[in-house]
Design a protein around this ligand. Structure first.
Ligand code: SF4
Length: 429
């Protein structure tokens, strides 16, 4: 009998792509292959699940394809297969430029990818091969996006918004809980729109409420809420339901009204301030995470400073910045791009420097407090965990003093004894 082929899946880009990889692996986990995710070293078949969001992400994906094309030439890999957003957008051009790759598939053609591997694609099969530590998992509640943000190519790549039903998500979440998942991270291109395509109303609070009833699930975390139509019922739920993390990732992109209008964000400064005020009044200790886009065509120094001052005054607990990159097919692509790369990067750096000092101050206020911490992993000198105010990969971590009783995947009361800009230090009580 010939040995099983080893497939290594490599995920580039965001957690939504990670879920897609986990679902591909879930269906390939049928005894015909051995599987790994992001592992170094030789594989028979490498599947690259690429990202096509902005320039930096595209470059990272292309570098990765080139790396494995070279590995194939050197005989370390037999086949290189490319899927995901970048491949969806540019497969014809890329296939010509990188002939070493064996096959290119878009996000709309999972059956073609499975056909290439001589497997039958089962659209109803929700099996997941978890690549995260077994105590947390992402739950993708919808695909696609119906917004028309001028700078974003995602709706062109991923299509219109399609909510999954509450029932199917509860079934998936129960499976995850049965495998030991305690924290669910809800993701979609836009959480706030959940339900509108199904029943012309927001169903997000209903979904979160149902998920919180599942035994074993102890934290539910919300990522990628669009400010317009964010449901009030969810703010109430966050304040009252202890399983809903007092954490909200709400990308705002900018605060200047002229730019927000050009970005087609359906929100202005006044409505944003009202929303943030409402959330913070009802959930006083909420950790707000946001993302801003700098260097958008026409962004003046004055408009950037308005954003800078807004960040200084609002004091977001978590913040990310990305620089504008023109994407073919988007509305903003038609605008004259008048901000040079150096200026874009300087503005991004200025904002992140400001955020660093805000984060430092906020972290210092935690010293002396006792917080509930979920332990993610063990390192040589300490355990690493998170509070409900922190998401994996992107937010602060708590470095916990070693003691023999600590287990990965368990919650502990941890006294915070020290803090730096983006880290807390503590010991179990
Ligand atoms: S909400 Fe806007 S930025 Fe987010 S995926 Fe949709 S179009 Fe893109």
């Amino acid at each position: 009998m010939s040995p099983k082929k080893h497939i290594n899946i490599i995920t580039l880009g965001c957690s939504k792509n990670l879920v897609d990889s986990e679902k591909i692996m879930g269906q390939l986990n049928n005894g015909q292959f051995t599987l790994s995710h992001d592992a170094d070293g030789p594989a028979d078949i490498v599947i690259l699940n690429t990202c096509g969001f902005i320039n930096d992400a595209k470059e990272e994906s292309i570098d990765s394809i080139l790396h494995y094309a070279k590995a194939k030439k050197e005989g370390l890999v037999e086949e290189v297969v490319v899927t995901g957003c970048l491949s969806q957008r540019y497969k014809e051009v890329l296939a010509e430029e990188i002939p070493e790759a064996d096959a290119w598939f878009g996000v709309e053609e999972p059956s073609d990818l499975f056909g290439y591997l001589n497997q039958k694609y089962q659209p109803e099969n929700e099996a997941r091969f978890l690549t995260t530590p077994s105590h947390f998992a992402y739950l993708k509640i919808a695909e696609g996006c119906d917004r028309t943000c001028s700078f974003c190519a995602i709706p062109l790549i991923r299509g219109a918004y399609r909510s999954r039903t509450i029932q199917s998500l509860v079934v998936e979440a129960k499976h995850l809980a049965a495998k030991g998942v305690k924290e669910l991270l809800l993701i979609a291109q836009d959480l706030s729109y959940y339900g509108y395509d199904l029943e012309k109303r927001s169903m997000l609070a209903e979904l979160v409420d149902e998920l919180s009833l599942i035994d074993g699930i102890q934290w539910i975390r919300l990522h990628y809420a669009y400010p317009k139509s964010f449901p009030d019922a969810l703010i109430k739920l966050m304040a009252e339901n202890p399983k809903v993390c007092r954490y909200l990732d709400i990308p705002l992109q900018h605060i200047n009204d002229t730019l927000l209008k050009s970005m087609r964000r359906n929100a202005d400064k006044a409505s944003t301030l009202v929303l943030l005020d409402k959330i913070r009044k009802q959930v006083p200790d909420v950790a707000l995470r946001t993302t801003f886009l700098v260097g958008y065509p026409g962004e003046t120094r004055q408009q950037f400073e308005e954003l800078f001052n807004f960040v200084r005054e609002t004091r977001f607990e978590r913040l990310g910045v990305f620089t504008y990159s023109p994407e073919e097919g988007t509305k903003a692509y038609e605008l004259d791009e008048d901000i040079d790369d150096k200026t874009k990067q300087e503005r991004a750096d200025e904002l992140m420097e400001l955020q660093q000092s805000i984060s430092h101050e906020l972290n210092q206020q935690k010293v002396g407090k006792t917080m509930s911490v979920l332990i993610d992993r063990e390192e040589e000198d300490h355990f690493v965990g998170r509070t409900e105010y922190d998401s994996p990969e992107v937010d602060n971590e708590v470095l916990v003093e070693k003691n023999g009783a600590i287990r990965v995947g368990e919650f502990y009361h941890v006294e915070i004894v020290d803090a730096t800009d983006f880290e807390l230090y503590g010991r179990v009580q």
